[in-house]
Design a protein around this ligand. Structure first.
Ligand code: BG6
Ligand code: MG
Length: 230
């Protein structure tokens, strides 16, 4: 009996991008908005706590800040405070413009489009339409999966599975770009190939890790996942 090798079929046909911290640095605007709310509430808040909010939904984020401050609040109060933070955040998006792509992100989207790859967004944010509009990026995305598309947020794989389904692709035909630990977890649970953007403490469990979007070019990805691009 000849030995049968299982072929690693899964030619890459699509790319799914997280938004905050991958396409643009809205992570900083989220930080400033939470910091402003924390100031109004006289809560402790700093960049270490903020790091725990990366990729995490709005309501999960406020629960993390609440626990950090051991604040006793009802679900209704939490919702109102998260809404207040969101108003501050959404106002700050007005100043976002096409100058605010993370370096390398726009070039990558353009190249993928020209080469005929399908492109989707897979973000936890409920403000993704406004962010993409401000960047003038809506045209690059065939599908938008975001906080409005699914009930369960990352690390649940739902938003990526939603995006792949809408692209009519299987998870193993897609590469997910993520800058958050919970995001890489979500993509891996869903069966996607992963590119982590950021330090190894955060995204070292991605298949390929790059320090920045500038490094995570199509050429870098094609050379790393060679057999998937034949
Ligand atoms: C993620 C961010 O993309 O979206 C989180 O990394 C944010 O920090 C989450 O909390 C939800 O965003 P929004 O815009 O719905 O409050
Ligand atoms: Mg992110």
């Amino acid at each position: 009996m000849p030995e049968i090798f299982e072929a690693r079929i899964g030619m890459i046909k699509g790319f799914i991008f997280d938004l905050d911290g991958v396409i643009t640095d809205t992570a900083e605007l989220h930080y400033l908005a939470w910091n402003s709310l924390a100031g109004q509430m006289s809560w402790k808040f700093d960049r270490t706590v903020n790091e725990r909010l990366r990729g995490v939904s709005r309501m999960d984020s406020i629960r993390i800040i609440q626990q950090h401050n051991q604040a006793e609040l009802t679900d209704d109060q939490l919702f109102k405070l998260a809404t207040l933070k969101n108003e501050i955040y959404v106002d700050s998006l007005d100043k976002l413009s096409p100058k605010d792509y993370l370096s390398g992100a726009l070039e990558l989207l353009e190249k993928l489009k020209v080469q005929g790859f399908k492109i989707a967004l897979g973000s936890a944010s409920k403000n993704s339409q406004k962010v993409l509009h401000q960047l003038n990026a809506l045209n690059y995305f065939d599908v938008i999966g975001d906080g409005n598309s699914v009930a369960k947020s990352k690390p649940a794989p739902d938003v990526f599975l939603f995006a792949a389904r809408q692209l009519e692709l299987k998870p193993e035909e897609c590469i997910v770009y993520e800058d958050a630990r919970a995001g890489v977890d979500a993509a891996k649970i869903g069966g996607f190939y992963t590119v982590g953007i950021g330090p190894s403490e955060r995204v070292g469990h991605a298949d390929l890790r790059c320090d920045s979007m500038q490094e995570a070019t199509l050429e870098a990805v094609q050379s790393f996942f060679e057999d998937l691009f034949i």
